[in-house]
Design a protein. Structure first.
Lengths: 169, 358
């Protein structure tokens, strides 16, 4: 019976319905400050007045306490690798030659880590606790985007003590 | 009472706050826009986030064009220690319904409900097209104004209303909004003048369309002792129901709203005199359809806040109807009110909430 009901060409199994929507993005007041900092070659965070944690970037409120973060905090250029992965798998649109290192970096003075690319080191030498520093694009190329940070590289300092970053894994 | 849609355990609207409705919030992100509203809804009754046991929000990622925006919006609340939390991809009125159901069960006594949405970040007419059937309707990209114009045309053809009736709704709404500082479009323009507006899509002229609005709103629900402690004159939810109709526009009679009528029946709208009704009818002609379905007579004051024709923050406009209705009862201006919220194209889905003063 099923055969009688099916068209000779068979059931349609795929239907393409192209959709495209364009949006404007509003980073917000706090994130705009962070992005303007990147344009100057600086990492700018914000401190929560209740718990004292420094977020970089801040999204304007403390996600723990639910209060606005209003105190701007200029952070250093160096930080600690809290955790990492080595990317060995090629994928469409990949712009970096594999293998490469993707790491969570806790900037000095910050209480929130963010993701960064690690270069100038063989991939088998990356480790938790490694001290790294940001390498920026040329001053004339700085823009309000994390693209202004080319990558992070080892500073050569001794590794950070585990206790200094164990809360941020 | 134990019938579906009726209150088993009394739950009150303990506090309501809303953002200033604006055409474009161009500086603050979602969390930054929402935070003052959350702070206000708590401060109104002298509580903090630690006093609510459950959080439920309503929003849609399609407005901002970014995934999981409702998770990031939680930054405005501060969910530590960890909290029971939920989200509906619908107007905040449905988030309120979810919280109300939870409070009925009696395990929690207070809930925060909020909603947010910036309608200004993309082409709203196109975004709303994506709520249609994805195989046969959405690929044709019928814009939402045109679909509502079809509904308005059907209403005129049925003999139930005229373009002047639409204009009367718009004129009254925006005149009433003069008394609502949170509204966006506030002006006193007579019907005759509105009828000189250009058509956007006939038979809808400019005035019959809602404004594009960025906004947010929040409500605290309370039950048990907290309901009595937090309000001098508690506003009780005495009936609450929501219903939906088929997805297929062609299968519906667009001149009536049986889902509203059913929800109104279950929520018990007709059980007493209705003083005011806050109706979430974004397009002027829809107010006529919903008012009929709710069974309201001429004595009912409709949308004293100005309604969605004066401010239509998507995902919040329904929750705001409930908050506005509750505020009037709390202020002693009404004893019994009906709030309505809608979702989907051409009034596909409807929610009815009956509120009564103590």
């Amino acid at each position: 019976m099923a055969d009688e009901q099916t068209d000779a060409a068979g059931p349609v199994t795929m239907l393409a319905t192209p959709i495209r929507l364009d949006f404007e993005f509003t980073p917000g007041i706090a994130q705009s400050k962070f992005l303007r900092g990147l344009e100057r070659g600086e990492f700018l965070g914000q401190r929560c007045g209740t718990c004292g944690k420094v977020y970089v970037p801040s999204r304007g409120t403390c996600p723990t306490d639910g209060v606005p973060t209003t105190e701007d905090v200029l952070l250093g250029n160096s930080g600690t690798v809290t955790t990492f992965c080595v990317v060995n798998v090629p994928f469409a649109g990949q712009s970096i030659e594999i293998p490469y290192i993707c790491a969570q970096i806790l900037l000095d003075g910050a209480n929130l880590s963010f993701m960064g690319l690690i270069q100038e080191i063989p991939t088998d030498q990356i480790r938790m606790g490694m001290r790294v520093e940001a390498v920026w694009v040329d001053e004339s190329e700085l823009i309000p985007s994390l693209a202004s940070v080319r990558y992070f590289r080892p500073t050569g300092e001794p590794d950070a003590d585990y206790d200094t970053y164990k809360e941020y894994l | 009472m134990s019938a579906a849609g009726r209150t088993v355990r009394p739950v009150s609207i303990a506090s309501f706050a809303q953002a200033q409705s604006v055409r474009r919030e161009s500086e603050r992100n979602e969390a930054e826009s929402l935070h003052p509203v959350i702070a206000e809804v708590f401060a109104n009754i002298g509580i903090t986030k630690d006093d609510v046991d459950f959080i439920c929000s309503g929003s849609t990622d399609y407005l901002i064009g970014g995934p999981f925006s409702f998770v990031m919006a939680l930054d405005a609340v501060g969910v530590w220690p960890p909290r029971s939390e939920s989200h509906v991809e619908m107007d905040g009125a449905w988030a309120l319904y979810e919280a109300w159901v939870l409070l009925q069960e009696g395990e929690v006594d207070a809930a925060l409900v909020y909603s947010f949405g910036r309608s200004s970040l993309g082409d709203l007419n196109e975004i709303l097209t994506l709520q249609l059937d994805p195989y046969y309707e959405a690929p044709l990209w019928p814009d939402i104004v045109s679909l509502n114009a079809l509904q308005a045309r059907a209403l005129i053809d049925s003999g139930k209303a005229t373009e002047a009736d639409f204009a009367a709704v718009a004129s009254r709404s925006r005149r009433d909004a003069l008394a609502n500082p949170k509204a966006q479009v506030r002006k006193d323009v007579p019907v005759e003048e509105l009828l000189e507006d250009e058509y956007v899509v006939a038979p809808l002229r400019r005035h019959a369309l809602p404004p594009i609005t960025d906004g947010a709103a929040a409500i605290v629900l309370a039950a048990g002792d907290k309901a009595l402690q937090w309000s001098e004159r508690p506003v009780w939810i005495t009936g609450f129901d929501h219903r939906m109709e088929t997805h297929s526009l062609g299968a519906r009679d667009l001149t009536v709203s049986p889902s509203t009528a059913k929800a109104a029946e279950v929520a018990g709208v007709a059980d007493g005199k209705v003083d005011i009704a806050e109706i979430h009818a974004p397009f002027a002609h829809q107010e006529l359809i919903v008012a009929e379905a709710l069974g309201l007579d001429d004595s009912v004051v409709i949308n004293p806040s100005g309604g969605p024709l004066a401010a239509n923050p998507l995902m919040s406009a329904g929750l705001i109807r409930i908050g506005e209705a509750a505020s009037r009862i709390a202020a002693g201006q009404a004893d019994r009110a009906v709030a309505h919220a809608t979702s989907g194209p051409c009034l596909q889905q409807n929610l009815v909430c009956v509120l009564e003063g103590a």
